[in-house]
Design a protein around this ligand. Sequence first.
Ligand SMILES: *Cc1c(COP(=O)(O)O)cnc(C)c1O
Length: 851
Amino acid sequence: MSIKVIERSTPAAWLTELPPMGMDAKSISADFRRYFSHTLGRDRHTKYAHYMYEALVLTLRDRLWERWKDTRYAYEEDRGVRRAYYLSMEFLMGRALSNAMLNLGVTEPVSKALYDMGLTLEELTECENDAGLGNGGLGRLAACFMDSCATLRLPVVGYGIRYAYGMFRQRIENGHQIEEPDHWLRSGNLWELERTEYTQRIKFGGRTEGFLKADGEMGWRWLDTHDVLAVPYDLPIPGYHNGTVNTLRLWSAAATDEFDFEDFNSGSYTEAVGAKNMAENITMVLYPNDATESGKELRLRQQYFLASASLQDVLRQWVRIHGEDFSEFAAKNCFQLNDTHPSISVAEMMRLLMDEHGLTWDQSWAITSKVMAYTNHTLLPEALERWPVRLFRQLLPRILDVIYEINARFLAEVARRWPGDIERQRRMSLIEEGYEQQVRMAYLAIVGSTSVNGVAALHSELLKQGLFLDFYELWPEKFNNKTNGVTQRRWLAGCNPGLNALITETIGSGWVTHLDELKKLAPLADDAKFQAKWRQIKLDNKVRLASLVEADCGVTFNTAALFDVQVKRMHEYKRQLLNILHVIHLYDRIKRGDTANWTPRCVLIGGKAAPGYYMAKLIIKLTCNVAKVINNDPAVGDKLKMAFLPNYRVSAMELICPGTDLSEQISTAGKEASGTGNMKFMMNGAVTIGTLDGANIEIREECGDENFFLFGLTAQEVEERRQSYNPVEIIHSDPDIARVMQLLESAHFNQFEQGIFDPILHSLTSPHDPWLTIADFRGFIDAQQQAALAYQDQKRWTRMSILNTATSGKFSTDRTMLEYNAEIWKLNPLPEMPLAEAKPAAKSTSGVGSK
Ligand SMILES: *Cc1c(COP(=O)(O)O)cnc(C)c1O
């Protein structure tokens, strides 16, 4: 963990000048064998594929490392380069191996080398644990952003936390979710590079003390603190075929040595070691709450730890080059805050500039409010972060002082703009009054930022009209939209080799960096030969998915059936419940013999529930119970199957989205900020059934309403409907719905577990059900029937599938990153790198690599 610091003059340049490494099968094979035998010390008796996986990682790592160094040197050469930093508590990276091969352009030579050695790529990729350092969409978005920035050669560094335990592993036992710790680093992580030399010191606790500075101004000291060290671990982020390797820097907590030493002298050696544990606790575990706040002290510690370590790291590099001259700092640096989780950075930046670098309040504020940019990810009130003032005072007293001062000056501005409007000041205050005072982190982020963005067009509009209306009235120019995306390298080229090959042989490979080029597929949507190939690939992918379902759920999916999939975090607003109700409706139809013109269907649901989210866990249990009844009823047979897929994660999604026919995106309108699962499915030729929510709206705009199954209330109708919502009346007036409710109420799916689903029945039938599930049920049944009929016409369905892929160009994070860059970051791409493997096959106008 720690190294002895013996400084010496910097090594001569030639020390790091080496001949370029071979990218052919022969060089790769030679390195692989050397690593396997000489570095890892394995021999012909080794049975564990893990060591072969490690030999391959070391082989590829060398090739990443040399490009990484070139990229760093390029940054250093251009000392004036403007840079952006993506601050995020979550990076849901998944596996790195096949992505590294794809982006380095060595998939073929590696496969050949392995083949010659009697190995397969598949068995080695399976050895890698997912880096599950995130909950869901927000964390995966950060990962896709990193890939696109490297591919666009944008000088962006990611900053996050190296949790020892990532997102829990989910097991299902008798339909119940069991959480198991994800000790993903247990067998080491060869992708990371420890950077002890850039360790930072983070303060906690203690007290503040004012003093008179030499210039007569007031200064503040933060004293008697309990410090923790932040040790950085760097992960390489390769761009696609461009020789660029960017950096994701993850911080790990470590105890300071002197802390131990003090206690040791007072005779409590074991307590001292215990304190070391306390310090290292900070980065022990990822909080598994998606879209809700836990309000735990350790979580606030994590947030401050990330903010302080990252900002100190950037300031350290600045001072190394520019000394204590910060006049150009705001022109050269930009921090993108991924939700409010790192928003404490606003106050920490002020503290560092004033207390550590001697700037005045006004100088510091001019810099801070210009370099910060905030992305909002949710409209759910329960997800908005508020921290008790009491906790701040105890844990971060100096930061609380700064927040109070920011608030005082901000409220004075509000008072100048709206004189006498006390109510507005109360609404907008960074401090929420009440039984216990709370700091409103979203408001801190807005006040301290130059840009505030939502993540889909609808979401950004709703922010301005609702949650942040007061702030929009004050600063309309801060507000903007950046519709999310996903990287087509992982989510099409990598995860769907069959479709990758067909698309590339048809329109060339330009789409891998210019996704808009997929629209060249549209003229082939009705071409019989192309359709046949398209269908065959989908079938192959359904076979792969069916074997995953067989292995992990013990349920047999018939690949001729419609594969109907909903995978995402379990949450009431996402309405997995609506999906289950529809499955029960289909079951009821089969049992009543209403099966004329039937479309066989396999329904897959998967996702993790936050461990403390009772209703989400109950919905998993209901899924499993309904599945059990349906799958074991001989009268149902192949007409309908259902399975709950355990442990949904990135590597599972890489198998799932290519094999899906119908993508379920059925949240209550106005609740899903964007969604990105919807985009992965669309790219892989699934047709969406969905509400007008989040990015679904833009997906439908792109693919056309004839290639999308729309249903449900709009966001506005949802709000109107709440006033007079009577689900019981709807149930009584619709026999299909009534029979579904009857089955649930008669404990048909819980004969030996009486009453367990009562909370679900209560919420569905309550006039206060926030998710209005019953209101959308009839529309959903009808849209599902449309989808089932469309699927029977395989030509029509294949056309819809092709057109979904062909129109998915907008949903590349390359487009998203170009928008962030054009409107917020304003970075210049790095020059061409010397070891760029291949030029993009075709030039197009949509912008990757253009200046
Ligand atoms: C894409 C993705 C998500 C986000 O899915 P949504 O449907 O947008 O909520 C969550 N988890 C994983 C593992 C993903 O790959």
